[in-house]
Structures are given as structure tokens and as C-alpha cells.
Design a protein around this ligand. Sequence first.
Ligand code: ADP
Ligand code: MG
Length: 453
Amino acid sequence: MEFDCWGRVRDQLQSVIGKDAFQNWIEPLNLLRVTDGVACFSAPTSFVGTWVDRNYGDKIASMMTAEGVVVNRLGFKAEFMVENEEKKSTVKPTVPTTTSAPTGSKDLLGAPLDKRFTFDRFVVGKPNELAHAAARRVAKGGPVTFNPLFLYGGVGLGKTHLMHAIAWEIKERDPKTKILYLSAEQFMYRFVQALRFKDTMSFKELFRSVDVLMVDDVQFIAGKNSTQDEFFHTFNALIDQNKQIIISADRAPGEIDGLEDRIKSRLQWGLVVDLHPTDYELRLGILQSKAEIQFAQYPEVRLTDGVLEFIAHRISNNVRVLEGALTRLFAFASLVGREVTLDVVQECLADILRASDRKVTIDEIIRKVADHYNLRLNDILSPRRARSVARPRQVAMFLAKRLTSKSLPEIGRRFGGRDHTTVIHAVKKIEELRAVDNQIAEDVELLRRMLEA
Ligand code: ADP
Ligand code: MG
């Protein structure tokens, strides 16, 4: 009864607190029992317990109560104590030994690996081909040539996916390899905890005994000085032993504020590759591949031609958002039993579509237009009226009116302090020309597509 209740609450929590927080804090917990209004959990460390209690305690208690088991507060036991107290086997089922099972969080105290994050499921396109090639190369093993491998890129572009894929492949080839994958946040918590329990020796031993160390989202330790120090020492010790290190961040090493220079330069010794924002082709490829997976789950769903293309056009960079949109669409379609047409997409994904309307800036427009016509930025902004400059300037104004929400006077100001009537004239002129001049029509279309990509 209380276990079913916890199962339902767990499922809800993922959407309440987000996937990452869920994985970090909730997934490692096991409900032991509920007595006298106290829900008792085992947690991998006492720190995790304290943290969950402080941040989600009330929420969990009220959710469990709402689901039918009265809970007033939570209690936590650190896992090693539980094992002594109530025999390991009653606490946790033994982890199946297939390679596709997520590794438990107790496996070397790393974070669990997501079994969907494999190379098979990673769609490769121009924006990520280098990062993918580097990841494959490192996963192949052999002499350590790229050390560290530093992957960086914006949110939801596949950094974590690639890291897990490397780990799965190495594990599959050589299950004995000790791989430690964790977020920089977890690295810090472990370290802080070791300091608190005056147990830095075993912390150091643990980290220095691994064959492959993966630290995700390393920007998180920027500015946290003692953690940085420890990270640096661990890092050097492993590199000296020729152990592979893989690191990810949301930007290039040199651009992480608050990261010490010696660390920045050390990180750059290896191979630094970035994941670029997705382009239309990659988004479409990803959607097609994810749609296949969805069709397996919802075989009754029908998509009108052009639906995936529409989503690939309209939903931004972040692959996580793209996936979320598709999942919702299939669930919706299967529920209402209607064919998914563009109207259905617009209805079902209205909020996501609105949120990912790309905000094009006037600066970007001016830059792209200048590039396209081989002009300098100053030409566009200058008072020159020669046709070779004036026409591109009008194109840029036209695009600024169409693609941004800026007012006419604002646009005029940004184009070298022109009057809003000049902008109106430019917009009209380009409208007219587009109808009769193929070259202009093509230029405008091409620029629009580049700017909205
Ligand atoms: P990051 O760590 O860069 O923020 P993730 O690796 O967590 O991003 O990716 C976000 C989601 O998008 C994951 O579900 C991942 O599987 C998916 N994803 C990202 N890139 C790709 C890709 N190229 N092919 C397939 N799925 C992808
Ligand atoms: Mg990530």
C-alpha cells in the first residue's frame, strides 16, 4: 500500500521538480516503511537525505497524504547503515546483470546511466558530427590520445547523451573498466561531505582508482574554490596515470567565469569540441527517429504529411524540448483518437510553439544582410544612397519589421538614426520588388531562413 503510494508520488515528482533534480535526488531513494506518519527512506548518503528533506520534504509528505498514506514527515537512513541494520536484500533488489540495465547509484557512487542514451539512438548531423566522432573515438578505447575530451554546447544538445553513450560502449566491451560518471554538482557534494566527515582520504582514493572519469556540467564548480582545487588535483592525478577523462560544460573552457586559469588551460590540452545549435535537417532527423520509437508505443497514431517538418521548423534548438513536444503529441493523439494534422499540432503544442518562437535581433539581421551582399556593417548604417547599398539596407529593414516586434521608429533608430517613414518606404519597396524581381525574392527568402534557423 505505502509502496504503491510512493510509486505514484515518485512518478508525479519527476514532472514537478524536473528530470535532472529527480535523477539526482529522488531516484536513489528507497522507501523502507511508513510508521506513525513517518516515511522512512534509505538514501545513498546522509547528505542526500538531508537535502531531500529540506528541499522536498513537505512536498513529498503532502503528496503521499493526498495519495492515501498519511505522512507528516520524512526520515532518512544512509545506505551503509541500512545494510547493517536490515540486510541488504530487503532494501534493494539485486541489480540485473544485463548491460542495458542502468547502473545503480551504488556502482562506484556515480550517477546512474540512462539506458536510452546510446550511440544507436544518437542522430548525427552537421552540428554535432565532430563531437560525435570524438566521442566514438574515445569510446573505442585503445591508447589515450584525447585527454581530456571536453564537450561543450548549449542546453539539450546531447552532451549528457554522448557521455553516457561512451560509458555504455566501454562497459560493453570491457565490463571490468571502472567508469565513474557524475555531475560536477555531485562531485562537489561528495567532496564537501568528505570534508565534513574528515574522510578526504577515501574520497581521493575513490576518484583516483577509476579508469574513466566523466564529469558533466563542469561549469557548476566555477567559483567554488576548494572544490576546484580538489577537482584539479584529481584531474592531474588521473591524467598522469593516463586515465581517460571526459568533461562537459555549457561553454568553452576559456569562457567559464570563475574557473581558475590553470584549470582552463589544463582543460584545453586535450580535445575541445562543441555541439552547435541544431539545424533544421538535424531536428527533422531526430524527430523521425524519435517518432519511430513513439509509433512502437502508440501504433494507432496517424500523422499527416508535413507534421514532423512543421515541428522541425518551428521548435527551437533544444532537443529535449523537441522530444517533449513529440511525446506530448503522441499521447494526445492516442487519447483523442484523431489523426494528427497541422491544426492538431498547433492546438496541442501551442505553449511550446509560442515559447520557442525565435527572437531574431536587429543586429543579427544587419550582420547577415551585410554578409550576404558583401558589405560592411557601416555601409548598411551609413547615409550612402547608392543602389548597391540602399537596396540591401531596405531588405534589412524589411526583415527587421517582419521578424522582430520592434516598432518602426525603433527600427529607424537602429539603422543609423533614420526616420520611421524611411522604414515604411523600405518595407513597401521590398514588398513590391519581391513580386516582380526573382533575385530579391530569393535573397529575402534565403535570409529569412538563415535568420530563423
Ligand atoms: P545536454 O546534456 O547537452 O543538456 P542531453 O544529452 O541531456 O543534453 O540531451 C537532451 C535530450 O535530447 C536527451 O533526451 C537526448 O537523448 C536527446 N538528444 C540530444 N541530442 C540528440 C541526438 N543528436 N539524437 C538523439 N537524441 C538526442
Ligand atoms: Mg546534460
